[in-house]
Write a new protein. Structure first.
Length: 114
């Protein structure tokens, strides 16, 4: 299942490389996630990719991604607003990282995944 993560607002777009590095270092995620190379930017544009693409081995790994985001967000001096998580045609914004929000996101995206 393909999952794409982007920052929910342009103001925190610079945080995406930090989030990707955090996710790549998470041992639990490495068991269930294969990171894909970022899509190529059009010729003449600069900067880093604006999306983190990964393939999950099972739908439950979505919970691990959301929990890793929550941990990363709390580690930041100025936490970014949130992320968009896209699975199939479903896009969900994760921002507050409360247990209730995390459970709802996992439920919605897991339903989309299969």
């Amino acid at each position: 299942m393909l999952v794409e993560i982007s920052m929910a607002d342009d103001a925190s777009a610079d945080s995406l490389p930090s989030l990707e590095a955090w996710l790549r270092r998470d041992r639990d995620l490495r068991r269930d996630v294969v990171f894909k190379a970022p899509p190529e930017k059009p010729l003449g544009t600069m900067g880093t990719a604006d999306v983190i693409s990964m393939v999950l081995t099972h739908a439950e790994a979505i919970g691990g991604i959301v929990l890793a985001f929550a941990a990363w967000r709390t580690s930041r001096r100025q936490p970014p607003g949130g992320i968009q998580v896209k699975v199939g045609n479903q896009i969900v914004i994760v921002s507050r990282c409360t247990p209730e929000e995390i459970a709802q996101v996992v439920k919605e995206l897991s339903n989309e995944a299969g």
